[in-house]
Design a protein around this ligand. Structure first.
Ligand SMILES: *Cc1c(COP(=O)(O)O)cnc(C)c1O
Length: 411
């Protein structure tokens, strides 16, 4: 390292030489974390209101999860799915006990969980039906099939031809959705709250309408709960805020509080369409990831945990309502559920969105700008009111600065 560069710059330069540049990254190498706090290579502290994009739901380096990881690492790190392992079975038992589902398939990511759901819908359908309808603005992953399911053209560009059989319905329009159903449709795939496109909730009536279309045409209803699951919205799964029962749900992100794991969950009847050899994953259901998943679920399902998520979420929304009152030229309000919250912006606010996020970063608070629409807040579910206050003070300072520069340019 030469003496004029900081430790962060040192890592950035080494990274730029050897890593594929598929991410735009903030100029910080994060070296450690505890709860909602992070430290970078220069020794600067951050308050994390993104938690690895809704992954570290219990905060960084949670002691119970770390203990489970260490214990399992001493016992067995990997054995193929040619054999049974205890952590995989225990994790599936908890997920089944807490949901409509009877059976679980484990994989390693959200995209893989959705791939499993897509393959399940196709293999389960009669008459080789294969088409899947998803929604415009949706995000379902970056593999070829899940990117085809993703209803945002910017993610398709340059990767054509995409796998066939994916169509996108305009958001919020049940008649248009129904009009897309044909003889070859086998499923509808949607997120209860669209996360990546700006924390956009689907209303109960809309979800109910989608369920009814599925019933009418014998389609499977697949909820992508990769981001909304695991307590993020104040229920273990977001669809549990309604009484709608899906046929398949997919999980990943927070399932093991930071270790890579995904899950596709479904009913006994649908699961029966996959037999030995139909689908597989070498690492899927890895013992360490599953042990971490069990420890994570034990915390999320502990007495009072999910109520606290609702309370903290309401507290955060109150702070954002105050901010909206102070800065009406930039903010219009907030939306979302539990601790998946988007602060909605005016058109001027949207133009300033990336700058607001950068200024928050400079002041040591991590949030992001989602879907070119909202400031997204997805802190660890263990966040305290003091930490929410701390974030809001910084947000207030940044919005004030942004508002002042906006007024200066108006003059
Ligand atoms: C993050 C996300 C995915 C993709 O998950 P990966 O683990 O990155 O493959 C899929 N669906 C939703 C709703 C997501 O938020």
């Amino acid at each position: 390292m030469n003496i004029t560069e900081s430790a962060n710059q040192h890592w950035q330069q080494r990274a730029d030489k050897v890593l594929v540049g598929s991410y735009s990254r903030y100029p910080a190498a994060i070296i450690s974390g505890k709860g909602c706090r992070l430290k970078d290579a220069n020794g600067k502290d951050y308050l994390d209101f993104l938690s690895g994009i809704a992954v570290c739901a219990l905060g960084h380096c949670h002691p119970a999860v770390n203990a489970a990881i260490s214990r399992q690492a001493e016992q067995l790190v990997h054995i193929s799915n040619l054999y049974y392992t205890r952590p995989q079975i225990e994790l599936a038992e908890i997920l089944v006990a807490q949901s409509f589902a009877d059976k679980v398939f484990f994989c390693n990511s959200g995209a893989e969980a959705n791939e499993a759901a897509i393959k399940m819908a196709r293999i389960h359908s009669d008459a080789r039906r294969y088409k899947i309808i998803s929604l415009k603005g949706s995000f379902h992953g970056r593999t070829l099939a899940t990117v085809a399911a993703t209803g945002q053209p910017k993610f398709h560009q340059g990767f054509e031809p995409l796998p066939e059989g994916f169509v996108h319905a305009p958001f919020g329009d049940l008649a248009a959705l129904e009009a897309l159903v044909d003889d070859m449709t086998c499923a509808i795939l949607c997120e209860p709250i669209q996360g990546e496109s700006g924390v956009l909730p689907l209303s109960k009536q809309y979800l109910q309408g989608i369920r009814e279309i599925c019933n009418k045409f014998k389609l499977l209803l697949i909820f992508d709960e990769v981001q909304t699951g695991m307590g993020r919205t104040g229920k273990l799964f977001a669809h549990q805020h309604t009484d709608i029962i899906p046929d398949i749900i997919t999980l990943a992100k927070a399932l093991a509080n930071g270790l890579p794991i995904g899950a596709m969950m479904t009913t006994e009847d649908i699961a029966a369409s996959m037999i030995p050899g139909t689908h597989a994953s070498t690492f899927g259901g890895n013992p360490i990831c599953c042990a971490a998943g069990v420890a994570t679920l034990q915390q999320v399902l502990s007495e009072g945990f999910l109520e606290r998520v609702i309370n903290q979420g309401q507290y955060l929304q109150k702070c954002l309502a105050r901010m909206t009152g102070c800065f009406p030229a930039l903010l219009t309000g907030s939306r979302g559920k539990g601790l998946l919250i988007g602060a909605t912006l005016t058109s001027e606010g949207i133009a300033k969105g990336p700058e607001i996020v950068d200024k928050m970063f400079s002041r040591g608070v991590l949030i992001n700008f989602a879907g070119n629409a909202v400031l997204r807040f997805a802190p660890p579910l263990t966040v305290t009111k003091d930490e929410i206050d701390e974030m809001c003070i910084v947000l207030g300072e940044v919005l004030l600065e942004t508002e002042k520069s906006r007024q200066n340019t108006l003059q």
